[in-house]
Design a protein around this ligand. Structure first.
Ligand SMILES: NC(=O)c1ccc[n+]([C@@H]2O[C@H](COP(=O)([O-])OP(=O)(O)OC[C@H]3O[C@@H](n4cnc5c(N)ncnc54)[C@H](OP(=O)(O)O)[C@@H]3O)[C@@H](O)[C@H]2O)c1
Length: 336
C-alpha cells in the first residue's frame, strides 16, 4: 500500500487555563518507505483522556510532558496495512500509544495485538482498556472494595466513572454518583441501575445533595473531580472509609493555586484512608481484570456508551469536550 501523507496533531503551544484550538496544529507528514522488520499501521480509533492536559504542562510528572511541535500521544487502535515483519502480518489489529495521527511506522515492540473477540475494537480504549482498568484498580486495589460498601463516585457517567458504578453494583454495593446533566443522571439510574444521582451543576448545596443520595454515609469515595466534591464528601464519609484518588479534573485547567479542602482533619477524626494512584502501576492485574470484565460483558452484566467525533481534525474538539462534559461514557475519535 502506498501512503504518501499522514495527518497528525501537534502541540503548537502550551496552554494557559483551558486550551483553545490554537494550542493544536494539524500537520501533514510524508510517510517513509518501510524497512525490513517494520510495519505501517493505519489508526482506526484514538482516545482522548483528561490526563493529556497534564502532559501539556512542562513539568516533572509520572509521564514526560508533550513536546512543542511534535505529535501528541495517546491510546489508539489500528490495523497493520503493510508489513515487512512476519510476526505482525497485514490485517493485524493492534493497540498502541501512537494516537493523534492517521498512520505510523513501527518495528512492533510498542504494539499489542488485539485478542480476537466479538467485542468492538474500540472497547480496548474504554471498558476493556485503560479507563476500565483504572476503575478496577481504584476500587479493588486502592479502596479495597467490600460487599455492602456505600460507594460514591464523581464524574460518574464518564469512561472511568460509569465502569466504577457497574463494578461496585456487581460487587453488591450501594452506589451513588454525581454528574453534570439530568440526561446523564437518567442514564445512570435507568441503564446502570445506580441507586442515587446528584447533578452537581443544578443542586445548589452539593453537600446536602450528596448526603441525601448517601443516607447511610460513604464508605468508599472514588474521586475523579476534587475541589468542592472532595470537601463535601469528607464531611459525609463514614469511619474507616477509603478514598481512592483517581483524578481531579476540576483543577486541570486552573490558572492559580487551588486551596485545599478546609476540612482535611476529617481524615483524622474518621480514621480515613486516602490514597492516590496511577493505573500503570497496577498493570500486573490487567489480565485478571480483562478476564473478569470479559465474562461480565459476555453475561450481559455490564454496558458502556461512547461519544464519537469523526476525523483527525476533530480530535482537539473531542479532547476539549472532556472539560465541558460533552461526553457520556468514553470519548473517542474515529479515524477511519
Ligand atoms: N489515576 C489514573 O491512573 C487515571 C486514569 C484514567 C483517568 N483518570 C482520571 O479519572 C477521571 C475521569 O477520567 P475519564 O477518562 O473517565 O474521563 P470522563 O469522565 O470520561 O470525562 C470527563 C468528565 O468529567 C466531568 N467533568 C469535567 N470537568 C468537570 C468539573 N470541573 N467538575 C466536575 N466534573 C467535571 C464531565 O462530566 P459531567 O458532565 O458529569 O461534568 C466529563 O464528561 C479524570 O479525573 C482523569 O484524570 C485517572
Amino acid at each position: 500500500m502506498f501512503i504518501e501523507k499522514s495527518c497528525e496533531i501537534h502541540l503548537a503551544r502550551r496552554p494557559e487555563g483551558l486550551p483553545d484550538r490554537d494550542c493544536f496544529k494539524l500537520v501533514n507528514q510524508p510517510v517513509a518507505e518501510l524497512k525490513e522488520g517494520e510495519v505501517l499501521v493505519k489508526n482506526l480509533w484514538m482516545s482522548v483522556d483528561p490526563y493529556m492536559r497534564g502532559r501539556m504542562i512542562d513539568r516533572k510528572s509520572y509521564v514526560p510532558p508533550f513536546s512543542i511541535n511534535a505529535p501528541l500521544e495517546g491510546g489508539a487502535i489500528g490495523e497493520v496495512v503493510e508489513s515487512r515483519n512476519p510476526s505482525l502480518p497485514e490485517g493485524t489489529k493492534v493497540s498502541s500509544m501512537m494516537g493523534w495521527r492517521e498512520f505510523f511506522i513501527s518495528e512492533g515492540q510498542d504494539l499489542q495485538p488485539l485478542p480476537k473477540t466479538s467485542v468492538d475494537d474500540q472497547a480496548y480504549l474504554g471498558i476493556l482498556g485503560m479507563p476500565g482498568m483504572t476503575a478496577w484498580a481504584g476500587l479493588m486495589q486502592i479502596a479495597e472494595l467490600k460487599k455492602g460498601d456505600r460507594v460514591f463516585v464523581s464524574a460518574a457517567s464518564g469512561a472511568v466513572g460509569s465502569t466504577v458504578c457497574q463494578i461496585a453494583k456487581l460487587k453488591g454495593c450501594y452506589v451513588a454518583g454525581s454528574v453534570g446533566t439530568d440526561e446523564k443522571a437518567r442514564y445512570l439510574q435507568e441503564v446502570l441501575k445506580v441507586d442515587a444521582v446528584v447533578n452537581y451543576k443544578t443542586d445548589s448545596d452539593l453537600q446536602s445533595a450528596i448526603a441525601k443520595a448517601c443516607p447511610e454515609g460513604i464508605d468508599v469515595y472514588f474521586e475523579n473531580v476534587g475541589g468542592k466534591h472532595l470537601e463535601a464528601v469528607l464531611n459525609i464519609m463514614n469511619d474507616h472509609g477509603r478514598i481512592a484518588v483517581c483524578g481531579m479534573i476540576d483543577q486541570y485547567n486552573a490558572t492559580s493555586p487551588i486551596p485545599g479542602p478546609a476540612n482535611l482533619s476529617q481524615l483524622i477524626v474518621k480514621k480515613l484512608k486516602m490514597q492516590g494512584f496511577i493505573v500503570s502501576d497496577h498493570w500486573e492485574h490487567y489480565p485478571d481484570f480483562v478476564q473478569q470484565m470479559s465474562q461480565w460483558i459476555q453475561e450481559g452484566k455490564v454496558s458502556w456508551k461512547e461519544t464519537v467525533f469523526e476525523g483527525i481534525e476533530q480530535a482537539p474538539d473531542a479532547f476539549l469536550g472532556l472539560f465541558s462534559g460533552v461526553n457520556t461514557g468514553k470519548m473517542l475519535v474515529k479515524l477511519s
